[in-house]
Design a protein around this ligand. Sequence first.
Ligand SMILES: *[C@@H]1O[C@H](CO)[C@@H](O)[C@H](O)[C@H]1NC(C)=O
Ligand SMILES: *[C@@H]1O[C@H](CO)[C@@H](O)[C@H](O)[C@H]1NC(C)=O
Ligand SMILES: *[C@@H]1O[C@H](CO)[C@@H](O)[C@H](O)[C@H]1NC(C)=O
Length: 393
Amino acid sequence: MAISSSFPFLPFFLVLSASTVYANGCYTSIISFGDSLADTGNLKQLVVKSNGRPPHFLYLPYGETFFHKPTGRCSNGRLIIDFIAENLGMPLVPPYESVKSNMNVMERGQGVNFAVAGATALDSSFHEAQGVYNPYTNASLGVQLEWFKHSLPALCRTPADCKNWLKRSLILMGEIGGNDYNHAVIAGKPIEELESYVPLVINTIISTITELIELGAETFVVPGNLPIGCSAAYLTIYYGAKKEEYDNATGCLIELNKFAEYHNELLQTELNRIRELHPNVNVIYADYYNAAMQFFRSPEKYGFTNGALTACCGGGGPYNYNQSVACAYPSSTTCSQPDTYANWDGLHLTEVAYQVIYKSLFHGMYTTPQFNSVCSMSMIQAKDALSSPVQSF
Ligand SMILES: *[C@@H]1O[C@H](CO)[C@@H](O)[C@H](O)[C@H]1NC(C)=O
Ligand SMILES: *[C@@H]1O[C@H](CO)[C@@H](O)[C@H](O)[C@H]1NC(C)=O
Ligand SMILES: *[C@@H]1O[C@H](CO)[C@@H](O)[C@H](O)[C@H]1NC(C)=O
């Protein structure tokens, strides 16, 4: 039954798989894990399937600028992952929840996105034990990895086949971990308590990468945390803090940015250990923090004439952010020119801000090692392997 019903799809599948080598020549697919910074529609699908109450970002003005409708992305347009796909000449990465029912006919090279808005790195049971409940999802990084492992047999038939496919895939590991801190702060936890979460969050990211390496993955882009002290949401929560708690140059909260830097330093230390243990694996750190700090320091230079701190869309207040009146609520307001704002809705950035980060990472200095060099290096290695019999010196 299964064989005969899948037969009509076979020629279709073959046609698709013939086109899986993309123009970039480096990667055949993108596989993504993370939260709202990378979710291209998973939470939307999960809510629809559970008949749950749609969260605010499933309504306009979300998506208004590029897609002209809400897609489940937490922005007015494209996210960093969309710019990566576009610039590698690949299709936008579809959410797992949209493609999981027909993985067997899915174009292998298309990739899959497991990121879910609101997701944490640590399992929901950890946060619940601290009294912090996640209103959006329990699809933590561990859950996303299980989804991935579960879908492998449909994506690639044999273990050898899977290893080959994964070897040529670009794994976007995050950003993840931001919500482990966000949700706790919103629940009223002091920053000192959050510091104890950091090693646990990093360990979870590292063990996920290690599992994927064991399955055959060889190229990872691992983003760090954004400067959360510059987000309209945190600036509102801590509104009225002492003058010395703000960075003169940006207006951002110093302690929260230091916290994000602490997360990023620990992450980089652990990524170095992976590089030592697996010298054949490309582990690329994506410095979201410093890429974004460029426009928090000089908003005008990037066209953010309304500043980088105030949200374009929100419920009013000094940074146009009000936790009880989210963007898209009837009494919220939306700016007329989102491109003149870096902050979209308090916690997320505008499409233009994400594009600045994308360019700084993949066409600039904010990846370690530099993204382009990794790509050409692995191609050179492949060429060397092919030509090695005639190389006599
Ligand atoms: C996550 O939530 C869903 C729906 O409420 C539930 O069915 C599932 O068992 C939960 N998973 C975990 C790992 O808690
Ligand atoms: C910030 O500005 C104030 C006065 O405008 C100054 O006293 C203080 O030293 C400055 N802080 C830093 C870190 O530059
Ligand atoms: C947020 O909105 C609510 C409802 O309109 C209002 O009562 C509250 O004062 C607002 N909070 C801030 C900080 O502006």
